[in-house]
Design a protein around this ligand. Structure first.
Ligand SMILES: Cc1cc2nc3c(=O)[nH]c(=O)nc-3n(C[C@H](O)[C@H](O)[C@H](O)COP(=O)(O)OP(=O)(O)OC[C@H]3O[C@@H](n4cnc5c(N)ncnc54)[C@H](O)[C@@H]3O)c2cc1C
Length: 229
């Protein structure tokens, strides 16, 4: 099926929010956390790239949060799209979804790894048996805390939700957390071992967080992850 670009908005340098429609279907069915794969013939080769859906199910519309890899094969093509342009896509797929909505959880994201959590967090918090949820979101600069005001609003609405942005290259005036997401894991987890941890972003961060969790005694089944590279 085709995905038609409806509109875009810049979130930060080289990071953009995309709204697409899938006019071949009345409803795009997916679970928060799943991705769609886009494909296109570029330079005589078929290129396929998956992208996490960053929105809740809503008719045939869906939203993505993408960063442009300047030398990349596919992302510059998406950044060059104009409203009305289209791209081939698959049905939503993937197993990076909420496993135990009645268990406390920690979401760990860096960069555009925040995308699936924008879809997963509201549903998790609206579950009648929802427990505590902490989102640790690592970016370099303050102007890259994409969707920050949305997560702040969610935290204001749900007392069981903590939103912890952390900057790896903060301005001296930044009053919040700094350093990599790994630094804040221990505080978020404390003595608890009854929670699930969901991790999304680049391989180096995901592998590092998984290693820390295993060292802390977490079972494989409690660690759910999506690697972007
Ligand atoms: C399940 C899944 C979901 C994904 N969801 C998203 C998403 O929501 N948003 C998003 O921006 N990307 C997402 N990606 C990554 C995406 O599929 C592409 O890999 C990315 O757009 C780069 O493609 P490219 O062809 O431009 O770069 P390529 O030519 O494939 O070059 C890849 C190189 O770019 C670098 N790079 C920088 N940023 C990224 C990045 N975000 N992802 C991967 N590589 C990167 C890496 O060093 C990597 O080696 C996802 C990947 C997977 C597997």
């Amino acid at each position: 099926m085709r995905a038609v670009l409806v509109e875009t908005r810049d979130l930060a340098p080289e990071v953009r929010h995309f709204v697409f429609a899938a006019p071949d279907v009345p409803e795009l069915h997916f679970k928060p956390g799943q991705f769609v794969s886009f494909s296109e013939m570029l330079g005589g080769k078929k290129i396929i790239r998956p992208y996490s859906i960053a929105s809740l199910p809503s008719g045939n519309r869906f939203e993505l949060c993408l960063n442009r890899v300047p030398e990349g094969h596919f992302s510059p093509h998406l950044f060059a799209m104009k409203p009305g342009d289209s791209v081939e896509m698959t049905q939503p797929l993937g197993f990076f979804v909420i496993r135990n909505p009645q268990k406390p959880a920690i979401f760990v994201a860096t960069g555009t790894g925040i995308a699936p959590f924008r879809s997963m967090a509201p549903g998790y918090l609206d579950h009648p048996e929802a427990k505590d949820l902490t989102l640790i979101f690592g970016v370099r600069y303050e102007n890259s805390i994409y969707y920050g005001s949305e997560f702040e609003a969610l935290a204001a609405k749900h007392s069981n939700f903590r939103f912890w942005p952390t900057l790896s290259r903060p301005d001296p005036s930044w009053p919040g957390r700094h350093g990599h997401v790994q630094l804040h894991l221990l505080e978020a987890i404390g003595d608890r071992r009854d929670l699930d941890v969901y991790i999304c972003g680049m391989k180096a961060m995901v592998d590092d967080v998984r290693a820390i969790l295993k060292e802390m005694g977490f079972d494989r089944k409690q660690i759910v992850f999506e690697k972007y590279d």
